[in-house]
Design a protein around this ligand. Structure first.
Ligand code: TMP
Length: 206
């Protein structure tokens, strides 16, 4: 039997990583499960991630360079990790996936949606998430959480408030258009409540 492909999405500071770690710990008691992140998750993807997020790169990325690099990391992750795991019956928990490209590169940066889909279909093939948890937070709270972190902002986090607002609105539109796949979660709730909400929902798929 094929495994289940679950993704987690949201703007910066919504607490995706915390939730993925908790869900991973919970599921790994009874199931074969892996946790990966996009961009990243492979040696090649990790190098691509470094380039994409490096705040010291001052030259602006051409729109399509950014799009191709995210897709390249994803192609490697699919080929090397996600597809073999799903074929093996493993549950895959992925921190971000194509919805991030739609939110950030299409709605945020203005890449035509048709180009996002065309380029990503080469990277993803027929594999699409079964369920996506979209953690949503106002821009104000998101920015506040970012400013409270000890590390500096990466290249994407340094983009303007307007950009991040377009990203959030893009995510909300995606959720509205894909209600059967995307579960919208209020990320202002406490971590435990969010975790319980996710786990309860997950059991309809597992
Ligand atoms: P992370 O720090 O949550 O792993 O995300 C990396 C950054 O890359 C985050 O700012 C979102 C951004 N991103 C895109 O712009 N497009 C994409 O396709 C993906 C996967 C992430």
């Amino acid at each position: 039997m094929e495994g289940i492909f679950i993704t987690f999405e949201g703007i910066e500071g919504v607490g995706k990583s915390t939730q993925i770690a908790k869900v991973y710990e919970y599921l790994s008691k009874d199931y074969s499960v892996i946790q990966v992140r996009d961009p990243g998750g492979t040696e090649i993807g990790t190098k691509i991630r470094e380039v994409l997020l490096d705040p010291s790169i001052k030259e602006p990325f051409a729109m399509f360079t950014e799009l191709f690099l995210y897709a390249a990391s994803r192609a490697q992750l699919m080929n090397q990790v996600i597809v073999p795991a799903l074929r093996n019956g493993t549950i895959v928990l992925c921190d971000r996936f194509i919805d991030s490209t739609i939110a950030y590169q299409a709605y945020g940066a203005g890449v035509p949606l048709a180009d996002v889909h065309q380029i990503n279909c080469q990277a993803i093939g027929d594999y699409f998430p079964t369920r996506t948890y979209l953690l949503d937070l106002s821009l104000k709270v998101s920015q506040k959480r970012l400013s409270q972190r000890s590390m500096g902002k990466d290249r994407m986090e340094q983009k303007s408030l307007k950009f991040h607002d377009r990203v959030r609105q893009g995510y909300l539109k995606l959720a509205e258009e894909n209600k059967e796949r995307i579960k919208l979660i209020d990320a202002t709730k406490n971590k435990k409540t969010i975790f319980q909400e996710i786990v309860q929902d997950l059991h309809t798929y597992i």
